[in-house]
Design a binder for this molecule. Structure first.
Ligand code: NAD
Length: 510
């Protein structure tokens, strides 16, 4: 259980910071070294959200051991019974949705509407995955031999290590934990260092739901000290990672070296194409939501707007007007449209890219482009929503993931040019097209090289019952969400039953 620090909260502190623990084998325990790290509110860094265990390999080892101990029994619990725990967790999340959303906004900044949505996504995932407990279908099929029966079943894999980012603090953990445990695995999760409170709350829901100890474990801490030991621990059979491409590649190499399974969801450089026959009001609205939702810190964020030259001037004018009107502030204020970026590193990274856009890329800064420091904003990591115009498709800001409230308007000549520009990046997560022409919409769906494609809607807004993931540098071929998530967390086992009473040999004819 969290404990109170001795010092009382200063005036700007919305609630006194508590000290939290790891969740291991159904117990709440501090890091073995007794150290903690502070979690700050990015809208006001004077507000400390809490202190969390600064875990190391020692804590990871205990958590993995707890998960390994729980595994043999859990894998034999019938899937519909496993699903009953997930149903209960979903009910607890429904009950606590508002409190979870408030905490989430406080710890990572996105506006309340979005943190409610993030929590809702976990609720939806619970409902979707729990239903699979009564399906988890395999196949029965024919055999080439007489009196022989053939079928397939999904089997659990073992202990899974889950490493998650901060931008969807409860939704992404839910995409991993629910399918993993439904398939009979046990897990250890290492949440992002910026959002341990959301995952703490998630763990509380599993505890209250009565999930057997050790099935789900949480170890908080930093990537190199708590994440890396989870990846390399010999008992971990599968690593499921969502985060940056840089870290994902490192994890892929470590997993390959140790012969572990590995699913990766990484960066994006997503584009919205706006053709000359698009409904421009709808397209602008979609572009604003796609580019500046979650302050642009979504893997699916629309950081490129590829606009047909015939509507370029009008679209750009409408976009800039709307962008200037966005209200930036604390995400807990209902009047706020865009919250802060998550931390100092992120602030510096985004400001760096803005500078690169201005100087190296020589793009036209149309609005924003600076840190906001008026009044209380000075205590947070606020960046004015930024639009660059006349951006070359090869420019750095049109190629690299910025992960902030910055978007680039890229002119295009025609449909083919738009598709070529959209596909001309190393990533392949999400793309969208605004057009009134059904033929062009279908050609775009055919030719865009992304895992997700939208027509007349922005690049963001995934639904849990559909596969989520990307091509090229975004992923390694897996998909989260949808039934495809089960493929990450289970192995196919093929079963043959020979009831002929004699030795029969497949493929041998004489
Ligand atoms: P990050 O890679 O810095 O961190 C992600 C997680 O990895 C964190 O928990 C971190 O502690 C951990 N980590 C860091 N170094 C590690 C190491 N050496 N070994 C093991 N674990 C380590 O990413 P972030 O800044 O938290 O998230 C932003 C990135 O995530 C963006 O690139 C974004 O596109 C991506 N993302 C992708 C998706 C997707 O589904 N494709 C979804 C959300 C976010």
């Amino acid at each position: 259980m969290p404990t109170k620090k001795a010092s009382s909260a200063p005036a700007h502190q919305t609630a006194a910071p508590l000290t939290y623990a790891n969740y291991i084998g159904g117990q709440w325990v501090p890091a073995k070294n007794g150290e903690t790290f502070a979690n700050y509110n990015p809208a006001d860094t004077r507000d400390i959200v809490g202190y969390f265990p600064h875990s190391t390999a020692e804590d990871v080892a205990v958590a993995v051991e707890a998960a390994a101990e729980a595994y043999p029994k859990w894998r034999r619990v019938p899937p519909p019974k496993r699903a009953e725990y997930i149903v209960r967790v979903g009910e607890i999340l429904i009950r606590d949705k508002e409190a979870i959303a408030q905490d989430m906004t406080r710890e990572m900044g996105k506006i309340l509407k979005e943190t409610r949505g993030d929590t809702q996504e976990a609720i939806d995932m619970a409902a979707f995955v729990a239903g699979e407990g009564r399906r988890l279908y395999g196949q029965t099929t024919t055999s080439e031999l007489p009196d022989k029966f053939a079928m397939t079943v999904r089997d659990a894999i073992g202990v899974c290590g889950l490493i998650t980012p901060w931008n969807f603090p409860i939704a992404i953990p839910s995409w991993k934990i629910f399918p993993a445990i439904l398939c009979g695995n046990t897990v250890v999760i290492k949440p992002a260092e910026d959002t341990p409170l959301s995952v703490y709350r998630f763990m509380k829901a599993f505890e209250e739901a009565g999930l057997p100890p050790g099935v789900v474990n949480m170890v908080t801490g930093y990537g190199e000290t708590a994440g890396a030991p989870l990846v390399t621990h010999p008992t971990i059979r599968l690593v499921s990672f969502t985060g940056s491409t840089q870290v994902g590649r490192l994890i892929a190499m470590q997993a390959a070296d140790k012969g572990k399974k590995c699913s990766l969801e990484m960066g994006g450089k997503n584009a919205i194409i706006i053709l000359d026959d698009a409904n421009l009001d709808l397209a602008v609205e979609g572009a604003i939501w796609g580019a500046f939702g979650t302050a642009g810190q979504r893997c699916t964020a629309a950081s490129r707007l590829i606009v047909h030259k015939k509507v370029l001037k009008k679209f750009t004018h409408m976009l800039v007007e709307r962008t200037r009107a966005l209200r930036v502030g604390d995400g807990r204020d209902p009047a706020t449209d865009v919250g802060p970026v998550v931390n100092q590193d992120q602030l510096e990274r985004v400001l760096h890219y803005i500078e690169v856009g201005r100087t190296r890329d020589k793009a036209k800064l149309l609005c924003g482009g600076l840190r906001l420091t008026d009044g209380d904003l000075a205590h947070g990591y606020f960046i004015a929503p930024t639009v660059f115009g006349e951006v070359d498709p090869a420019a750095v800001i049109a190629q690299e993931e910025i992960f902030g409230p910055v978007t680039a308007v890229i002119p295009c000549h025609d449909f083919e040019d738009a598709i070529r520009i959209a596909n001309g990046v190393n990533y392949g997560l999400s793309a969208s097209i605004y057009t009134g022409d059904v033929n062009r919409a279908f050609r775009a769906m055919r030719d865009l090289e992304t895992g997700i494609c939208y027509v007349n809607a922005p690049t963001i807004g995934a639904e849990v019952h559909l596969p989520f993931g990307g091509t090229k540098g975004t992923g390694n071929g897996h998909r989260e969400g949808g039934l495809q998530a089960l493929d990450i967390f289970s192995e196919w086992k093929t079963l043959y039953v020979d009831f002929s009473g004699r030795l029969q040999k497949a493929q041998i004819t004489d």
